[in-house]
Design a protein around this ligand. Structure first.
Ligand code: GDP
Ligand code: MN
Length: 432
């Protein structure tokens, strides 16, 4: 079991939150309360043990977990089956691909993947699919990254899949390896506990390195310094939609800092102390100032669909953006807020003593430090990473089943897109 976690020092602040009943029933009044009562400089009052979820779930949905899931699945399907085109909140005509032979002024961006030498086939296939749907029109450069040098064979094979420039990067050991401060006896114990709890990859050291690298170090690579945006890709994924506008310029033009396609719940056992440690960080010194007053607080703490997760994580819903697809403004990740917070998280060693994923870390950072309107759901980009789909109804999408979320029916309850739509999108009709 995880009883060793119970020895965690309590998070500071000890009064339960109180807010006026009469103000509690609308999202708008709730978010102003978040800025006042819930998050104030004198004491951070969102305490895992004290959270009153009546105020965290302001849509006042009724019913137990199963009933909520049914409502969410129906709403999700209805939204996904509504035909949309490209985003409406920007002049898409101004960011179309260049005509054949015409020089193109790129955004400052690269397409990145962390991969191993033996993955040349699968990552090659991903590149081939992305070229077909997007990049053959724009020719953004690729940055392929590995913890060991890429072989000549890998480089030669990959070049067959694209004529865009490719940079091959070896990660310096200080940005990849497990820090020397990690207590390997404690780590081994934690790994065997998680393995006994069926946590995937729990005992795989390289997976922990990978999660830590993507959480805090990718954008600090020397080769990434020249870029502002990246689009992350992975082996074994699908892109179902033809993208006929520059997604980087879309983010830049709308001043958004993050784009995703799929959001889902995490394995709570992997991140039991991520939220408590984050609260601890926010309560240190004047770190409260980093919180964006228009952050996605209800989304972070909502407990309607999978309350058992909140119970294991000290209040965090575990709902997160699936980072195997992400389009990111690295200025956000390189900001003082994200950097200091990551340093605090890293200092706990819990990328190793637990199995914190880069996806919940990234998402929690966005939920706290970014304006919710700066996070963009790429509703128009159909995508698959086993076992989840994002399959919208657009004239540019083919090859997937519209509205289907998972390959397996028993995983339907892992979809938390409705939580993002309910609490963090002010007006969906204004975007698509
Ligand atoms: P999952 O999606 O959580 O099952 O994790 P993946 O196995 O897909 O890993 C995420 C990404 O990191 C993929 O692009 C992998 O190729 C890459 N990756 C994972 N572990 C390593 C590693 O030890 N070295 C390198 N170079 N890449 C890795
Ligand atoms: Mn993967």
């Amino acid at each position: 079991d995880f009883s060793y976690l119970k020895n965690m020092p309590p998070v500071s602040g000890d009064e339960p939150s109180t807010i006026d009943e009469k103000n509690a029933d609308t999202t708008k009044s709730l978010s102003s309360k978040f800025n006042g009562d819930f998050l104030n400089e004198k004491g951070f009052k969102i305490l895992p043990q004290n959270v009153d979820f009546k105020y965290i779930n302001p849509k006042n949905k009724q019913g137990d977990k199963e009933e909520i899931l049914k409502q969410h699945s129906e709403s999700y399907e209805k939204i996904l089956k509504t035909e949309v085109r490209e985003p409406k909140d920007f002049d898409i005509e101004s960011i179309r691909p260049p005509a054949e032979g015409v020089a193109y002024e790129h955004a400052n961006a690269t397409i990145v993947a962390l991969v191993r030498n033996h993955e040349f086939g699968p990552i090659g296939n991903t590149i081939k699919k992305l070229e077909k749907q997007f990049n053959s029109k724009f020719k953004y450069p690729y940055t392929l990254i590995n913890d060991v040098p890429f072989t000549d064979k890998f480089k030669e094979r990959i070049r067959r899949f694209t004529d865009a420039p490719i940079e091959f990067v070896t990660i310096p050991s200080n940005l990849w390896d497990k820090p020397e401060s990690i207590d390997i006896v404690k780590e081994a114990k934690a790994m065997s506990v998680m393995t006994a709890n069926n946590v995937a990859y729990a005992a795989m050291g390289s997976y922990h390195n990978m999660c830590r690298f993507y959480s805090g170090n990718l954008f600090n690579l020397p080769e990434m310094q020249k870029y502002k945006f990246y689009w992350r890709i992975e082996p074994h994924v699908e892109f179902y939609s033809n993208i006929n506008y520059d997604v980087f310029k879309y983010l830049e033009g709308t001043k958004k800092v993050y784009g995703f396609t799929i959001s889902l719940y995490d394995i709570a056992e992997t991140i039991q102390t991520l939220w408590p440690e984050t609260l601890k960080f926010l309560n240190m010194g004047d770190n409260y100032k980093y919180i964006n007053p228009n952050g996605s607080f209800q989304w972070l703490l909502n407990n309607l669909q999978n309350p058992q997760n909140n119970n294991k994580t000290g209040g965090f819903s575990t709902c997160h953006f699936w980072t195997n697809f992400e389009i990111v403004d690295m200025d956000f990740l390189r900001s003082e807020a994200y950097t200091k917070w990551f340093k605090h998280l890293d200092s706990t060693g819990n990328f190793y003593y637990e199995r914190w994923g880069d996806a919940p870390v990234r998402s929690m950072g966005l939920g706290l430090f970014a304006d919710k309107n700066q996070v963009h759901w790429f509703r128009d980009i159909g995508y698959f990473h086993d076992p989840y789909f994002h399959c919208p109804s657009t004239p540019f999408t083919a090859g997937c089943e519209i509205g289907k979320f998972s390959k397996w029916p028993h995983l339907e309850d892992q979809n938390c897109m409705m939580s993002w739509i309910d609490y963090s999108i002010d007006n969906l009709d204004a975007i698509y």
